[in-house]
Design a binder for this molecule. Structure first.
Ligand code: ADP
Length: 452
């Protein structure tokens, strides 16, 4: 500012001097004072023109210039230009920093395992992450700034959206949900800012399935226990209230014992399943002799056949072929439980006189196979995939009459999985069924083997 003032005065002084000099040296007929005055005015004019030129340069630089360049370096306009440039650069830096922060936030939201959708106060989509695009089938190019409720047309969601009651979350069908493969999404809206909405979504299909399975399981167990309990209660009441002959009492007590045994079998199967689920994988260093196991299965099988047909002289035709002279690595009690379930099923479901073949053998690729085949009623193909579900039965009354719990094949499947084995079911209705467990070669230790 000081130099600005000095330059202004200096130019006027120089102008005044030049005016005085011009008038006196040219011997013009005007007074010297007028020459000085003219010189001062001219000096001021030059100064203004020069100043105007510099300010216009600065204005032009402000309009179209580059902040990395300086419009001018000296004088007041130079300082204004320098300070403006620094201000612009610091603002640019701040903008870059907040852009970077915004990008970092969006990257974090993008990495979220939940679907995230940001909506403005009108419910238009401002941003969504990839997971939300997958959940709702959005397209980043097409669906930005679209009305969310126009794209997600589930009636449940529509009423949730307009209710403005966002304390709870909503479970709705996912985009790819079909009756055969239901997909469930949990959707929760959170208001924020000035009327804006944040939508979080996550896939709860597995959770919902687990919850449905838990509900079914509890209902099934209650039902299975209630039935024998009701029967037992009825008999107790009869024994208490009616005068019965010794023979009748004995018959009722035998029936009661049968129901108690049924409950015991059910509880023991439930305990087996829960042990299988909760215990560590079976050891690979504990070996179990297959011929010994087959002998035990044969004993149990023949006894069961006799129990099921007490009055019949035609028992099942049972064949136990132990073609595998070796050992299997695993938990002996689990293996025995799985295999005896298969043998017991074959005997229970095959009418008397039918055939049941139980065999162990080594496959050409070195794996060990345990199979149980029967000439029973067989199973229709639509039931086969569901047989290993807990409490799934094709023929409820036959299962109950023969002491079944509906848990046997679930146990077999679990035990097979825990031993790295493959469990297969093949069946032809009217002809019979074959249940096979194939153990990996790594779990087999041969003493002397013959394969067929
Ligand atoms: P359950 O205790 O009822 O036998 P499982 O889980 O062992 O339960 O078997 C499930 C269902 O599979 C049975 O209820 C029966 O309908 C069918 N099933 C099992 N084994 C045989 C078989 N060998 N022949 C025909 N049906 C069978």
């Amino acid at each position: 500012m000081f130099w600005r003032f000095i330059s202004f005065i200096a130019l006027q002084l120089v102008g005044g001097l030049a005016g005085w000099y011009a008038v006196s040296s040219m011997h013009v007929a005007t007074s010297e004072l007028l020459g000085v005055l003219l010189g001062v005015v001219l000096g001021a004019l030059i100064w203004f023109i020069w100043d105007l030129y510099r300010s216009l340069r600065l204005l032009r630089w402000l309009r179209v210039g580059d902040a990395s360049d300086v419009a001018m370096r000296t004088g007041m306009w130079g300082e204004i230009s320098d300070r403006t440039r620094r201000l612009i650069r610091s603002r640019e830096q701040m903008t870059r920093d907040s852009q970077k922060r915004l990008q970092d936030f969006l990257a974090a939201l993008q990495a979220s395992p939940n679907g995230v959708v940001l909506m403005d106060s009108q419910g238009k989509i401002e941003w969504f992450n990839q997971m939300a695009a997958t959940h709702f089938g959005f397209d980043a190019q097409r669906d930005m700034l679209q009305q969310f409720s126009n794209l997600v047309r589930d009636p449940g969601f529509a009423s949730y959206f307009v209710s403005h009651d966002y304390l709870r979350e909503l479970v709705m069908p996912g985009r790819e949900s079909t009756p055969a493969r239901p997909v469930k999404l949990s959707v929760h809206l959170h208001p924020y800012g000035e009327g804006r909405l944040l939508l979080l979504s996550h896939d709860v299909t597995a959770l919902e399935q687990a919850e449905a399975m838990r509900r079914d399981f509890v209902a099934n167990v209650s039902h299975e226990i209630r039935t024998p309990l009701t029967v037992l209660g009825g008999f107790v009441e009869t024994l208490q209230t009616l005068p019965l002959s010794e023979e009748e009492r004995e018959r009722y007590l035998a029936l009661m014992a049968q129901q108690a045994e049924r409950m015991q079998t059910l509880v023991s199967d439930l305990l087996t399943l829960s042990r299988l689920e909760g215990s560590p994988p079976p050891s690979v260093s504990e070996w179990m002799s297959m011929p010994a196991l087959m002998r035990q299965l044969e004993q149990e099988g023949r006894a069961l056949s006799a129990v099921l047909n007490p009055s019949s002289d035609r028992l099942h035709q049972l064949e136990f072929a132990s073609l595998l002279e070796g050992q299997i690595a695993g938990a002996p009690n689990e293996l025995l439980s799985a295999m005896s379930n298969l043998v017991s099923n074959a005997i229970r479901y095959t009418p008397t006189g039918g055939e049941v073949h139980v065999r162990t053998l080594v496959l050409p690729d070195g794996r060990a196979e345990f199979s149980v085949s029967d000439t029973g009623p067989g199973i229709a193909p639509e039931h086969i995939p569901r047989l290993t579900e807990r409490f799934y039965r094709v023929d409820r009354s036959r299962s109950r009459d023969t002491g079944g719990t509906g848990l046997g094949l679930a146990i077999v499947k679990h035990v097979s999985q825990r031993h790295g084995a493959e469990f297969k079911i093949e069946s032809t209705p009217g002809k019979g069924s074959i249940f096979t467990i194939v153990f990996p070669a790594s779990r087999l230790r041969l003493e002397r083997a013959s394969s067929s």
